[in-house]
Design a protein around this ligand. Structure first.
Ligand code: CTP
Length: 430
């Protein structure tokens, strides 16, 4: 069973991801305000400039001084703030903002937004913001009974219909001692969702299946055959596809990497396990991206117990058999019907003659797109360069960059190919 990761992205994954963005961070009243200081810190770490606006109720939970120190900017709490020369803080604050993020968004604040009320600076600036270019993100936080109340649910439906995006909430322990829906997302979860929000939704409504990492083929209970694939490229593609709005299933060999937020991950060890799970999953997906470095061969009969030296200097011999080719098998599924094939993208990890080998793999595996890279220049590294080769003879290079940047470019490229292929055909021509 795949496990969907609803946990935050690791802190390092946010680095620089909000550079150049200006965010208005609004706090309405709620105990979750204590998390907003940490959220502010993470937004700033990710490169954003952040203007904090607090409601009167929020000031009961955390002081403006804390938020001023962390944002390095004056905090606004009143529409009567005399510091603005034109006395129009409610207009000025959102004119250069890329988004208004309200965390926590209380039940009362959401009710006000729905009614278009504007009796304090925070609700007023939401009403006065230019809706076309300044989106509104809400991170609700409230007691589970308040969350479940029909009035709140009605308001949530309406605020989303009016264009707001909800981030969360989570279910779990609440400050009041009760357990249920309504807990605000953690700061790193909000950071991940904010970063994802700004990515184009090129794969909205699509299902993407990805294999990643190496496989491990046991020789005996303590030894095995594997390779140097780190899984970083495949995990970056999973994150990029999720950020692009896809539902993502990730089948991972043995790697020590965090699951990207919102991605459903299944762990496997051997090529045979990866093959079985991939074949079961493939037909319900629109796109299959095979980044895994699958072991070509496996010991035919792994020893039941550890192989021992017998002192003779004799090296143990064992028979090897070929593993199934997962990508080729998925590409051979029929074009239509319940077992239909997804649009298949292969990777080619080579040590030389990248173009020739990649073209040969495209033919041999009968896939519409192969992404070539040089193994020694990518395995374990955080950056890479890619050469895209398609079945129509097209070639396109993605120059050296960090793997997340490349993954986003690749996802955009694949989405463009699908769109051009007319969306209707599940498999582009091969
Ligand atoms: N692949 C696969 N199943 C295998 C072997 C490879 O799905 N048993 C996929 C990889 O995930 C990749 C593509 O096929 O998308 C090419 O993998 P690569 O290891 O570069 O090539 P091989 O097919 O193994 O050929 P060779 O080892 O001869 O280069």
């Amino acid at each position: 069973m795949p496990v969907t990761n609803d946990s935050p992205l690791p802190r390092a994954a946010g680095a620089g991801q909000l550079s150049g963005r200006h965010i208005v961070l609004g706090l309405s009243g709620g105990i979750a305000c204590y998390k907003s200081a940490e959220l502010l810190r993470e937004l700033v770490r990710a490169g954003a400039t952040v203007q904090v606006v607090m409601s009167e109720a929020a000031e009961q939970f955390i002081t403006p001084v804390t938020m001023q120190a962390l944002s390095n900017r004056n905090v606004y709490t009143s529409q009567w703030d005399a510091r603005e020369p034109n006395a129009m803080a409610h207009i000025n604050l959102t004119r250069d903002a890329d988004a208004v993020l309200i965390a926590p968004a209380s039940a009362d604040l959401i009710a006000k937004l729905v009614q278009g009320r504007a009796d304090d600076l925070l609700s007023l600036l939401c009403l006065a913001r230019p809706v076309e270019r300044c989106p509104l993100l809400l991170a609700p936080a409230m007691n589970r009974e308040m969350w479940a109340h029909p009035a709140t649910q009605r308001n949530l439906t309406q605020v989303v219909a009016d264009g707001a995006t909800l981030l969360g909430p989570n279910a779990g322990d609440q400050a009041c001692g009760e357990v249920g829906d309504g807990r605000m997302l953690e700061p790193l979860e909000l950071l991940a969702d904010t970063i994802a929000f700004f990515q184009p939704k090129a794969l909205a409504g699509k299902r993407v299946l990805i294999t990643a990492g190496p496989t491990y083929e046991p020789i005996d209970p303590v030894r095995g055959i594997t390779n140097r694939s780190s899984g970083k490229m495949g995990f970056a593609i999973a994150r990029a596809a999720r950020e692009a709005g896809a539902e993502v299933t990730l089948i991972a060999g043995p790697v020590a990497l965090d699951t990207p937020r919102g991605v459903a991950r299944s762990n496997v060890t051997t090529a045979a396990e990866m093959y079985q799970l991939t074949m079961a999953e493939a037909p319900r997906h629109d796109i299959f991206i095979a980044t895994a470095a699958v072991a070509d061969w496996r010991p035919a009969k792994p020893a039941e117990h550890k192989l021992k030296k017998d002192g003779s200097g004799q090296v143990p011999g064992f028979e090897m058999v070929e593993n199934p080719d997962i990508l080729a098998a998925v590409a051979k599924l029929p074009a239509d019907g319940p077992q239909r094939r997804p649009y298949c993208v292969g990777f080619a990890a080579e040590s030389r003659d990248l173009l020739r080998h990649a073209q040969e793999k495209l033919q041999r595996k009968q896939v519409p797109l192969i992404v070539g890279n040089l193994g020694p220049e990518t395995f374990g590294r955080d950056d890479n360069s890619l050469l895209l080769i398609d079945a129509d003879g097209g070639q396109h290079e993605l120059p050296r960059a960090d793997k997340l940047t490349l993954a986003r470019q690749l996802v955009a490229d694949i989405a463009g190919r699908l769109a051009r292929a007319g969306e209707t055909a599940p498999q582009a021509k091969t």
